[in-house]
Design a protein around this ligand. Sequence first.
Ligand SMILES: [Zn+2]
Ligand SMILES: [Zn+2]
Length: 337
Amino acid sequence: MRAAVVTDFHAPLQIQDLPVPEPGPGQVLVRIEATGLCHTDIHAAHGDWPITPTPPFIPGHEGIGRIEKLGDGVSSRAVGDRVAIAWLAYACGECRHCIGGWETLCARQQTSGYSIDGTFAEYTVVAAAFATPVPDAICALEAAPLTCAGVTTYKAIKVARVAPAETVAIFGIGGLGHLALQYARIAGGFVIGVDITEEKLAMATELGADHVVNAHAGDPVAAIQALGGVDVAVALAASPEAFDQAYRSLRPGGRLVCVAMPADNAAISLPIFDTVIGGKSVIGSIVGTRNDLADVFALHAAGRTSVVTVGRKLDEVNDSIADVLAGRVPARVVFEL
Ligand SMILES: [Zn+2]
Ligand SMILES: [Zn+2]
């Protein structure tokens, strides 16, 4: 099978011909049809974070395909089932986080394209229970971005407890941001889209943002505070500066939701006095559970969200990474296999 492989954190990915993996007990083999390029894949390929994957490995965690083979003991899935393979590829199901509905915090979790091989390949294996069903109404090209960008931003809006008529700023309108702003609207919020390119701000307006702010053209904090500030700011741009701006855009009672993860374990400094006096919260939000992903698919199948994609071939993986880093693609690159 063809796969895009990270062999070294300082080298481009290689397209290699590898053996098709065998599903182990409790696993399924999935023939991948489409898989999105997430910023996390780029951080993985570059070894950017405090915990790194171990090369050689196959990135990818927005994989959509059909099950071709069942491992021993699998009864919950069938050959031919259409499934999504997300970041959370396994959780123990037994620890207090798993039992409490927070499988994404499980210490024994496996992650696609990071701790185990991912979906930038014609085939991959995954635990059957983590091959999440995809409704037939959703095409593979649109299902792929929903599998990480969608579920991650849906969860961010959920943990922020956005209430109707609250105002939400989305910092970073791209693969994640264009979906985040739609979930904020579904929750009943007014939305301010913040980005540094006019093309992405135009997309935000088209998708229903009430205001847009160009953070390159002027101080976005001043612009947002002039609009009255926001109840919730979702930080999706992988730049510490954007996190700082997002925090300073909050009204009293505001919540900053941290989602992007800038390289090198970057930090922001919080003014304690303002945080206490203003009753502000800072929340970390990591992807979403299988239930969250099912919600995301249900909303899309019902026509409540739009997904903006750019289709590419897997051979174009390195050019695609360069395009994402340079801000040259409006939303999500999806490789069609
Ligand atoms: Zn992702
Ligand atoms: Zn667990």
